[in-house]
Design a protein. Sequence first.
Length: 160
Amino acid sequence: MVHLSQPIVRRARNLSAISPRSSRAATAFARQLRAATFVAIAAVCGWTGAASAQDAGTGEQVFGKCKACHQVGEGAKSLVGPELNGVVGRKAAVVQGYAYSPAMKNTALTWDEATLTDYLKDPKVKVPGTKMVFPGLSKPSEILNVITYLKQFSADGKKS
């Protein structure tokens, strides 16, 4: 529950007691105060449309955690991990020239959003024996945003 500080409440009451004109000022002040309080509560609670939507721009920033091992985009190459162009919707362990672990080769996974979500949360639980040493992304919003970012790239690395 939000409590207004006594000086602010006293100021509003004092303005309304002085004159009708001050009463209008007090009403305007009270409206501004309510609006500011709502905005502050919304900011603290994260009640914004942008915060709840999947965001490729934020996903690109989160992908920075993946760049030590993975590339995406035109000219992407496999590094410690395979390149991730067109990863959303493809079968696991199919990038030519990348040496997958036996565990990954033997999975029948297709990297849809649900599978990627589970894998990015905890790779070693989803695919025991995977070579991926990354511990996973702990925030569901980061996972959704990274997937949204990766979905932009076709198999040839072109961004849609």
